[in-house]
Ligand binder design. Sequence first.
Ligand SMILES: *[C@@H]1O[C@H](CO)[C@@H](O)[C@H](O)[C@H]1NC(C)=O
Ligand SMILES: *[C@@H]1O[C@H](CO)[C@@H](O)[C@H](O)[C@H]1NC(C)=O
Ligand SMILES: *[C@@H]1O[C@H](CO)[C@@H](O)[C@H](O)[C@H]1NC(C)=O
Ligand SMILES: *[C@@H]1O[C@H](CO)[C@@H](O)[C@H](O)[C@H]1NC(C)=O
Ligand SMILES: *[C@@H]1O[C@H](CO)[C@@H](O)[C@H](O)[C@H]1NC(C)=O
Length: 405
Amino acid sequence: MVAFLLAAFYAARLTLSAPIARDDSSVRAPLRFTADGTFQISILEDLHFGENAWDTWGPQQDINSVKVINEILDKEAQQLVVLNGDLITGENGFLENSTVYVDEIVAPLVNRGLTWASTYGNHDSAYNLSRSAILEREHRWPNARTQQMVFDTNAGVSNYYLPVYPSGSSTTPSLILWFFDSRGGFLYQKLDSSGNEVGQPDWVDQSVVDWFKATNTNLTKQYGNAIPSLAFVHIPTNASQAAQTEAGINPNYQPGINDDYILAGQAQGWCADGSNDASCTYGGQDVPFMEALVSTPGLMAVFSGHDHGDSWCYKWDTQLPGMSVKGNGLNLCFGQHTGYGGYGNWIRGSRQIFITEAMLKSQEVDTWIRLESGDVVGSVTLNSTYNHDYYPATPDTMTYCLTCK
Ligand SMILES: *[C@@H]1O[C@H](CO)[C@@H](O)[C@H](O)[C@H]1NC(C)=O
Ligand SMILES: *[C@@H]1O[C@H](CO)[C@@H](O)[C@H](O)[C@H]1NC(C)=O
Ligand SMILES: *[C@@H]1O[C@H](CO)[C@@H](O)[C@H](O)[C@H]1NC(C)=O
Ligand SMILES: *[C@@H]1O[C@H](CO)[C@@H](O)[C@H](O)[C@H]1NC(C)=O
Ligand SMILES: *[C@@H]1O[C@H](CO)[C@@H](O)[C@H](O)[C@H]1NC(C)=O
């Protein structure tokens, strides 16, 4: 039925091939390292589907974004796709159909029998678009692994974890994937007394930080030791900004584009007292989340999007000037802007994360960016000497949507 609806949808809108119906069991099975002992994730981020539906350039952007997704999925051999926020540009949405874009985004994944897990970004909340509705739309497919595990009213939606099991049949996870909701954007169907849309705080809420710490303590107790982990959150923390402005991003030691300077992070545009006042640049509300990140043994890297013009990784291993929270060696990574929607013309692509069971022992992660051109850039190993290992610089290439007139 779903395949039929999707086929009808595509015949009507994009005239792409219909998805192939598949047996659900493989997409519902727990995540597991392959028989070769490897696990790969492709991050698609800042897709920004659904801009200007009433004009030709909006839908044309989305057709181009679908091409990028197909190109990446054809070239890489991932076990999981992470949709790391800003799936949709909700400000442009009509109440009655603001989530239909989820169908377009996931069709290339459904066609390949791939599963995905999302975090939501600031553009995934708007007057006509709610995060809960996106979650519901994702779950029209058994391939969706996105969940909501924290139900505090201020928590946002996409806060959860997924265990990844070793190859074979062990029931003890060897890797935990954490997903956090950094919220932002505007509250669904809410206006203030003057008729203006109401902003939603743009940091990981305290209730989520508390849940993260408690759940991690439980997992550690249950399995007897800290399990290596990775985290995904759409908006980076202030630590990324401090890395950029205080330590500096070097094109050979932290290869990637570094054009969003100064980058935008959590709690931007909010005051310390919690008021949403344009006169405040940063309210500091992401400090508890940063503290929780650096006090989680085994957490190897945090992956963010949001800043389309930044694609580097930095190992946060020092006390950066001005910061109360001290880094512990946690790697802070941006991905690559994947969509033709959203600001900027940096070449589109997707960050890959590759881990082997052997690498987990030394808590190392390989990562690179696969571009829409088919090229690979920024291939690095996030090991103990990252920040000191010399790599080729990433060219700062631009691409344009030629049919978006
Ligand atoms: C919300 O959706 C309604 C119904 O389609 C539309 O008329 C309105 O312009 C939209 N509002 C916003 C702020 O996008
Ligand atoms: C959503 O609804 C609007 C207004 O009813 C319509 O113009 C638009 O084409 C619809 N978009 C999609 C993707 O179905
Ligand atoms: C942690 O475990 C305790 C005891 O089993 C349980 O009561 C609690 O709900 C768990 N907390 C979380 C966040 O899972
Ligand atoms: C955030 O980072 C900046 C450096 O970019 C630093 O000056 C500031 O003190 C930091 N704020 C907090 C609360 O860590
Ligand atoms: C980390 O990885 C880089 C790139 O493969 C390598 O040159 C370096 O020797 C590695 N460091 C350690 C401690 O293994």
